[in-house]
Design a protein around this ligand. Structure first.
Ligand code: GMT
Length: 376
C-alpha cells in the first residue's frame, strides 16, 4: 500500500504518533510518504520505504499570513499523483483535514480516488476546533473524511458533544514502540540532576497553560518538605518563565533543572522515578504513557482521556484538576519507600504493555483496508 502521512513534524504527541505509525507501516513493507514542513523529529535516519516531502511556503510581501494550507494541499496532490498514493492519513484536524479533503476533491477530477483518514488528537477538537473560527470547517471535514479515529473514548465523546457529527468514529489509542525503550539510563546525566541519588520527579511538555506547570512546581515543593527529591522539567513554551519565577519565589530553584526541548524525551524518562501530568485537559497523555513504558509511575489529573491510561494504585494515582495537595500526598506515598516505588515502577511498566505497538498499530492497517474495500 502507498500511504501519504500528513502531520506536524514537531515534538508534540500527534507528530510522534504519526511518525511511529509511518515507521511501523514501512517496516511492514508499505510505502510511506510524510508530507509536512520539516523532517519529523522522531523519524531518525534513512530507512527503507520512507520518504519525506517538504511543504515549502515562499515569502511574499502581500501575505500577512502565509497560506500554508494551500501549499500543503498542492503538495499532497503532487505526491498523490506522482506516487499513486492509495490512501491519505492526516493527523490533527487543523488544517490537515481540510487540506486533505481539498486534495481528495482535486484528485477526484483526475478520475482517481484518494481515501482520507483523519485522526483527531485533542486540542484540534477540545480547544481550537470548537471555536467559531474553526468549527464549521472541522465539522465538515470530520463528516466528509472516509474514516475518522480518535485517540481515546473521551475524545470521541467530546467530538460528538462539540460538533454536529453523527458519523461512525473509531477509537485507536496511542501506543509505545517497545524497542525505543531498550536503552540504558545515562548514569552521568542522572548524577548531574541528582548528585546524591535523590529520586527524580519529571515533567515533559510544551509548557502551555493547559499543562499547569505551576501545579507541577507546587506539587514538587510540597514533596520536597518530606522527601529530598529533584525536579527535572523537559520542554519549553509560554509558561516556562512563570515556572522559573515560581521556583525562585519558593526558594527551590537550585533543586530544579529546566532542560529545554529534547528530541528524545525517553532518555530523560529513563533516569526518572516519578512523572507529573496535572493537565487541565488531555485527550490521551502520550507523555505519561512514555513515562510508564520507561518504568516511571505517573501522578496525574483525571482530565479527559488520562483515566483510560493511568490506573489508580497500579501505574500511579489520579486527582481532580488543581488538587496540588492531593497529588503531592500521592507522590510521597509512592516515593516514601523503595518497596513502594519498585511496586509502582513495575506496575507502570506492565500496564504500558497494553499499549504496545504490535497490539495497537494493526488497527490502523485494518481500518485502511476496510476503507479501501469501500467502507464509508
Ligand atoms: O497538546 C497539544 O495541543 C498537542 C497535541 C499534539 O499534537 O501532540 O497533543 C494532543 O495529542 C496527543 C497525541 O495524541 C495526546 O497525547 C495529548 O493528550 C493531546 N493534548 C491534549 O489533549 C491537550
Amino acid at each position: 500500500m502507498k500511504i501519504g502521512m500528513v502531520c506536524y513534524p514537531t515534538l508534540g504527541g500527534s507528530g510522534v504518533v504519526a511518525t511511529e505509525l509511518g515507521k511501523w507501516l514501512a517496516e511492514m513493507g508499505h510505502e510511506v510518504h510524510f508530507i509536512t514542513y520539516n523532517t519529523p523529529v522522531r523519524l531518525g535516519g534513512v530507512r527503507p520505504n520512507v520518504f519525506y516531502h517538504e511543504v515549502i511556503i515562499s515569502d511574499y510581501p502581500l501575505f500577512d499570513y502565509p497560506p500554508y494550507e494551500l501549499v500543503l494541499t498542492s503538495k499532497i496532490v503532487e505526491v498523490a499523483r506522482d506516487h499513486k498514493l492509495d490512501i491519505l492519513h492526516v493527523h490533527y484536524a487543523i488544517p490537515h483535514a481540510s487540506a486533505g479533503l481539498m486534495a481528495k476533491k482535486i484528485i477526484a477530477e483526475d478520475g482517481a480516488e484518494l481515501p482520507l483518514i483523519t485522526t483527531l488528537h485533542g486540542t484540534d477538537i477540545t480547544l481550537l476546533g470548537k471555536s467559531p473560527a474553526f468549527e464549521p470547517v472541522i465539522s465538515f471535514c470530520i463528516n466528509k473524511s472516509d474514516a475518522v479515529t480518535a485517540v481515546s473514548e473521551d475524545l470521541k465523546k467530546d467530538t460528538y458533544k462539540l460538533f454536529g457529527v453523527n458519523r461512525e468514529m473509531d477509537v485507536i489509542p496511542n501506543f509505545i514502540c517497545p524497542s525505543n525503550y531498550d536503552v540504558s539510563p545515562n548514569e552521568e546525566f542522572r548524577k548531574q540532576i541528582a548528585p546524591k541519588g535523590q529520586p527524580i520527579i519529571t515533567h515533559v511538555s510544551n509548557f502551555r497553560p493547559v499543562k499547569r506547570i505551576i501545579d507541577v512546581v507546587e506539587i514538587y515543593a510540597l514533596v520536597l518538605e518530606e522527601i529530598d527529591a529533584r525536579l527535572l522539567l523537559v520542554g519549553d513554551g509560554p509558561e516556562r518563565c512563570a515556572a522559573e519565577l515560581r521556583c525562585r519565589e519558593l526558594g527551590i530553584e537550585s533543586k530544579v533543572t529546566f532542560l529545554g526541548k529534547v528530541t528524545n524525551p525517553i532518555e530523560t524518562l529513563k533516569v526518572s522515578d516519578l512523572f507529573l501530568l496535572p493537565s487541565n485537559a488531555e485527550s490521551f497523555g502520550l507523555a505519561a504513557l512514555e513515562a510508564m513504558a520507561s518504568g516511571v509511575p505517573v501522578i496525574s489529573s483525571n482530565a479527559g482521556g488520562i483515566p483510560e491510561l493511568n490506573k489508580k494504585g497500579v501505574s500511579g494515582f489520579l486527582r481532580n484538576v488543581g488538587d496540588v495537595q492531593g497529588m503531592a500526598e500521592d507522590a510521597i506515598q509512592i516515593l516514601e519507600s523503595p518497596e513502594s516505588l519498585n511496586r509502582f515502577k513495575m506496575g507502570a511498566k506492565k500496564h504500558s504493555d497494553t499499549f504496545r505497538s504490535e497490539l495497537v498499530l494493526p488497527k490502523y492497517l485494518a481500518l485502511y483496508i476496510q476503507v479501501l474495500n469501500g467502507r464509508n
